[in-house]
Write a protein that binds this ligand. Structure first.
Ligand code: IVH
Length: 691
């Protein structure tokens, strides 16, 4: 047994290490809950032995995310953190303390979701965003204004809002920057495809994104924000709940699921409801935050060290489970990349049974030192692909051995795997590897690429096995096998014809889909779009030189090299010729000059639906609609989930309200004018800028 002093020392070392991993490396190795357990033990020991408290104890500060890459600025009010609990007992205890301190005055709570992202403070002066700062150590944070400006849902200028005749112009708001799970997953897949390290979860990825040094790169990350607090000297604020409404009027995104609660039981009900429903949300939440609603009462309650007495975080159980790692399988993707997959003793976790989880790559396995036979902790959040968090070392068998990555491809050809320098992944370099082949054909036909209906994974697998498909060009010879296909089990004439029709239709797909579908390494959908825009014919892309490609803004030497290599490979050229002979369009039609009137399609407007509402000062609504349509956008008269932007003029009413309810982006006339103008400036002939 260790003495209290020794235990305090150990706990501090552990907590400091975990704080560092969490805030600086963005790579935690224990769950929040486990961290809280350690912190609570330390708090209890320090309470019992006040002589052991030191100023540098982890209990004495808010975790810090300060880095030396950004200027440091002091917060006008400290950014506090919240005391938290997982237990109803402690939640009721919180309520008892509040009531006691308020001398049994009547009061309300607000209950809201605790968004699992990264806290940020935004300063507005005369209605304009002037500064964005991270929480840092609570007292001072990193000034990351240029990065914050790239987040679309943060208004650069707020809407005019009057409260009792006073305009709100100078204030600070705070909120949580986060990523939607689906967008996070898509981004991670693209990263892995480029051989980059995958992020552990949306929160880490958000934190990493906000700390990037190039705002252009930040702009590519799918960051969003919910604002949850407001500070100002312009007027006297009274209620947190009403503040949230005010924030909405100012044009901020506020989470719609806030609830005013009369009693602690109402809050507990809200907590239980969301614990059940959390997975229906498109973003991750890790609990609920309960706050005393009246700002006057908040002040009366005050704070202890780093957290307020008027608020508390009630956490949800984390979605982790422990199970045995039975084996590590390897999968070969279309690029030959070998992905290790954990085969687990099936375990029930957050609504489904999990028997596989990703292990990313050889480095990831080595970092965790995960071994076959280990007990591991797996985690699943929302739709995030389950992953192995860590090994339960205490339960490791004595005779376990470090995992060694296989040296050969699991396919029947058994070719030797290679690991290119600087890559985290192993690759099967054999061009005829049947696993790669299947992956390539599947990818070509997939919804994100050539979108051939009826040619999904199972069908590809079946046709490859039958020897009917050996490469993507063979797809277009399938029409010679119509009767054979119709005679297959579970097929029939109708299905065969539908498939052939789907194949026929793919011949006129836009060029970017073809480029993406060809599966050139490092060329994802967004690079494919850029290439299609630049070259408009596959033939011209095939002739592009390394230097020429590198001149394109978004294309570095890596991508350029891989494109040139692809078009130098005679096998590829032969297949492309066959696609051409099969009647594929192989390019995009030149834009029709009559239709275009010389305007450039603009990424901000293209394929987006806008609703115009309220009074505009410098356009009629028809004029504004025409300008939007010229740039490839659509306009509609009613707000629905399909609306992308609501342009709110003066006195906007119910449509604006509905937009805020649905979480639809709202822009004002100035922003619309700015964006329309932005396209004009690039005329004539210039490339539209990418947003
Ligand atoms: S209020 C003093 N409301 O949770 C109260 N915080 O540990 C300040 N968070 O740093 C925070 N959703 O990053 C509040 N609806 C919400 C929140 C929220 C997420 C985060 C925030 C804060 C941490 C508290």
């Amino acid at each position: 047994m260790s003495t209290p002093s020794q235990r305090v020392q150990t706990l501090r070392e552990q907590l400091n290490e975990h704080n560092y991993r969490y805030y600086v490396l963005n790579a935690p190795t224990i769950s929040d809950r486990e961290f809280d357990v350690l912190l609570e033990e330390l708090q209890a020991l320090e309470a019992e032995h006040p002589e052991l408290v030191t100023s540098d104890s982890p209990t004495q500060r808010v975790g810090s995310d300060l880095s030396d890459q950004f200027p440091t600025v002091a917060h006008a009010h400290p950014m506090l953190s919240l005391a938290n609990t997982y237990s109803e007992e402690e939640a009721r205890e919180f309520d008892r303390r509040v009531r006691e301190r308020l001398d049994n005055e009547s009061f309300h709570y607000t209950a809201e979701l605790k968004i699992d992202g990264v806290a940020i403070s935004l300063i507005y002066e005369d209605g304009l965003l002037t500064r964005g700062v991270t929480r840092g150590n609570g007292e001072e944070g990193d000034d990351i204004t240029p990065n914050v400006r790239t987040i679309n849902s943060i208004p650069l200028r707020v809407r005019d809002t009057e409260v009792h005749g006073t305009k709100l112009r100078n204030f600070e708001v705070r909120g949580e920057v986060y990523m939607r799970v689906e967008e996070f997953n898509a981004m991670n897949r693209e990263r892995e495809g480029r051989g980059e390290k995958a992020f552990a979860n949306p929160r880490n990825s958000t934190a990493g994104s906000l700390k990037m040094l190039d705002p252009k790169l930040v702009a590519e990350r799918p960051l969003k924000i919910f604002i949850y607090s407001l500070f100002t000297n312009d007027l006297e604020l009274r209620s947190h709940y009403i503040n949230l409404d005010l924030l909405k009027e100012l044009g901020f995104r506020v989470n719609p699921y806030v609830q005013l609660c009369g009693t602690i039981d109402d809050v507990l009900t809200y907590w239980r409801e969301w614990e059940e429903k959390r997975e229906t949300l498109p973003y991750e939440v890790d609990g609920v935050v309960v706050k005393v609603d009246s700002l006057e009462q908040q002040e009366k309650l005050g704070q202890i060290s780093k957290s307020p007495r008027w608020a508390m975080a009630w956490k949800f159980e984390t979605l982790t489970a422990r199970t045995k790692l039975n084996d590590i399988a390897t999968q070969v993707g279309r690029s030959g990349r070998v992905t290790p997959v954990a085969e687990l003793e099936p375990v029930f976790l957050a609504g489904s049974t999990v028997s596989r989880a990703t292990l990313h790559n050889a480095d990831f396995i080595a970092e965790l030192d995960v071994r076959i036979g280990d007990m591991v902790e797996i985690e699943k959040g929302g739709d995030v692909i389950p992953k192995v968090n860590r090994v339960i070392l205490d339960e490791r068998a004595d005779n376990s051995e470090p995992y060694t990555f296989p040296v050969t491809c699991p396919c029947p050809l058994n070719s030797t795997l290679i690991r290119p320098e600087g890559e985290a992944n192993y690759f099967c370099a054999h061009n005829e590897c049947p696993w790669q082949l299947r992956g390539r054909i599947e990818h070509y036909a997939s919804r994100g690429a050539m979108d051939i209906e009826g040619l999904g994974e199972k069908v590809v697998d079946q046709f490859v096995t039958l020897g009917w498909l050996n490469n993507v060009a063979d797809i277009y010879d399938l029409r010679d096998r119509r009767n054979e296909i119709a005679e297959l089990q579970r097929w029939g004439e109708k299905s065969a014809d539908n498939l052939l029709e789907g194949i026929e239709k793919s011949k006129t797909q836009p060029l970017w889909r073809l480029i993406f579908g060809l599966g050139i390494r490092h060329v994802g959908a967004s690079v494919a779009r850029i290439l299609a825009k630049k070259y408009s014919q596959l033939e011209r892309l095939a002739e592009a030189t390394q230097e020429e490609l590198e001149e394109i803004n978004e294309i570095g030497p890596h991508i350029a090299n891989s494109i040139v290599d692809f078009f130098e490979d005679t096998n590829n050229l032969y297949r492309i010729k066959r696609l051409h002979d099969a009647g594929l369009r192989m390019g995009d039609p030149e834009p029709d000059p009559d239709e275009d009137e010389g305007y450039t399609r603009d990424a901000f407007f293209a394929e987006k639906t806008f609703v115009l509402t309220g009074t505009l000062n410098n356009f009629t609504r028809d004029e504004a609609a025409a300008e939007i349509e010229k740039r490839g956008g659509k306009t509609s008269s009613s707000v629905s989930k399909k609306t992308d932007y609501v342009v709110a003029g003066e006195k906007a009413g119910s449509k604006l309200e509905r937009a805020t309810q649905l979480g639809i982006k709202v822009i004002d006339e100035d922003e619309l004018a700015l964006r329309l103008h932005h396209v004009h400036e690039n005329k004539p002939g210039g490339e539209p800028q990418n947003r």
